[in-house]
Design a protein around this ligand. Structure first.
Ligand code: PLP
Length: 444
């Protein structure tokens, strides 16, 4: 018998049978230290761990749980779908309805028509990987431009770091990815249109597409500068390349039509995930029919999936989106604004230099006074003193608030983050700000 916390016991056990004890690296708390909490229950804005402690959840499963955990309409839709059949490997009505829901939301923006067809897949990674394959198939070109600090899932070619010069080929950013796989990838600084122009001037005829997070959330929240996405649109159009707007994180979260609803730059292809699945594995990519029709079986670009369009995942996504009313988006915006202001006030009171950055209702804190516009800026802020976020995170966790266990992640609210929930966060903040101040003053 041991009296170690149950989460610690489970983590020991997990590490024997699962590499690092987790099924996705950030969950292991490596960036903040300590033991990951094993969760047993989610309800509204709260998570409960295996030791019976409850936390206000500001991770929201990294985005999907936009209505809060175990929303009754979503749970009921999933239950109904499950009893009807878990998977058929044949078309279902729900897939058509989910495709229509995504299309209607996106096409409600501007003069409409940006999204005519979508293909459902199982993860954001599959969505971006397939969108890139499609862009290459449609253009007959091979190179891909991505931005440092933007994450698009664990696609081999995108696990790449910038080469030595702006237009040189990227290097693998992880073992297991080969130089050949990243040789067709060009990694540029985010929010730097001059670098994009230079890359296209050097070899635009070979570039199939640019893929960009519609607003960056994977280096902390870093919104595109005004005109950045529009600039990407103009440059790609001028050079006959496609623009892929990755809305896996922002899609149907920052507005009814995702980032596109806030910054209506029409991409050739959009990728979606997270919110559109309501927490089950479903994602999508889509665009104009003239592009999407290149996909098999109507076209010659192969793409497939045994569980794609899974009826239970589709039911969860549809129920989630149908309950994402204008009121829900107003609540997300208000909660993000309020929590950001409370955190900022507590940190200011404790004398901690910081900035709260928003990208719609995504937000995060950087411990710097410099605006963070790209990955280099995010790294500068974090590397100046990695202990500050660590101290802040653990003090919040001890006080019952579950923040992302990495400074490079956005914070996600849900419609269940009401005044009571925000009060609990407000109560936790002063001690956490003091802990951050201590770490800031003792950088060793
Ligand atoms: C912008 C973006 N694209 C793609 C992905 C990959 O999605 P998934 O983890 O479902 O493969 C993520 C995941 O966080 C993401 O944030």
């Amino acid at each position: 018998m041991t009296d170690a916390p149950i989460s610690a016991q489970l983590f020991d056990r997990a590490q024997r049978v699962i590499p690092g004890g987790v099924n996705s690296p950030v969950r292991a708390f490596k960036a903040v230290g300590g033991t990951p909490r094993f969760m047993v229950r989610g309800q509204g804005a709260y998570l409960t761990d295996a030791d019976g402690r409850t936390y206000v959840d500001l991770v929201s499963s990294w985005g999907p749980m936009v209505l809060g955990h175990a929303h009754p309409a979503v749970v009921e839709a999933v239950r109904e779908a499950a009893v009807t059949g878990l998977s058929f490997g044949a078309p279902t009505l729900g897939e058509v309805e989910l495709a229509e829901e995504l299309i209607n939301r996106v096409n409600a923006v501007g003069s409409g028509g940006a999204l005519e067809q979508v293909r459902l897949v199982n993860s954001g990674t599959e969505a971006t990987m397939s969108a890139i394959r499609l862009a290459r198939g449609v253009t007959g070109r091979h190179k891909v431009v991505k931005f440092a600090g933007c994450y698009h899932g664990h696609v081999d070619a995108l696990l790449a770091a910038a080469g030595s010069g702006v237009v040189t080929f990227a290097q693998p950013d992880t073992d297991g990815v080969t130089g050949a796989q990243t040789a067709e990838t060009i990694v540029l600084p985010y929010n730097d249109l001059a670098a994009v122009e230079a890359a296209f001037a050097a070899g635009g005829a070979d570039i199939a597409c640019i893929i960009t997070e519609a607003a960056a959330g994977n280096m902390g929240a870093v919104a595109p500068d005004p005109g950045f996405n529009a600039g990407l649109r103009e440059i790609t159009a001028r050079h006959g390349a496609l623009l892929i707007s990755d809305e896996v994180m922002t899609g149907f979260r920052v507005s009814a039509a995702g980032w596109y609803g806030l910054d209506p730059v029409e991409a050739d292809l959009f990728t979606f995930g997270k919110v559109m699945s309501g927490g089950l594995p479903a994602a999508a990519f889509g665009g104009k029919a003239s592009i999407m029709s290149h996909l098999a079986p109507s076209g010659s670009v192969y793409q497939a999936g045994t569980l794609s369009g899974n009826p239970v995942a589709v039911a969860s996504g549809l129920a989630t989106l149908r309950n994402c009313t204008p009121d829900v988006y107003a609540k997300l915006d208000a909660a993000a604004d309020q929590i950001g202001k409370l955190a900022s006030a507590a940190l200011s009171d404790a004398g901690v230099v910081h900035r709260v950055q928003h990208a719609g209702s995504l937000f995060s804190i950087f411990f710097t006074d410099e605006p963070v516009r790209d990955f280099a800026g995010a790294q500068r802020a974090q590397n100046a003193n990695p202990l500050i976020y660590k101290a802040f995170f653990h003090a919040m966790l001890d006080a019952g608030v579950y923040l992302p266990p990495s400074a490079f992640e956005a914070w996600f609210v849900s419609a269940a983050h009401d005044a009571n929930v925000i009060d609990r966060i407000a109560e936790a903040l002063p001690l956490a700000a003091t802990a951050a101040a201590q770490a800031a003053n003792n950088p060793s």
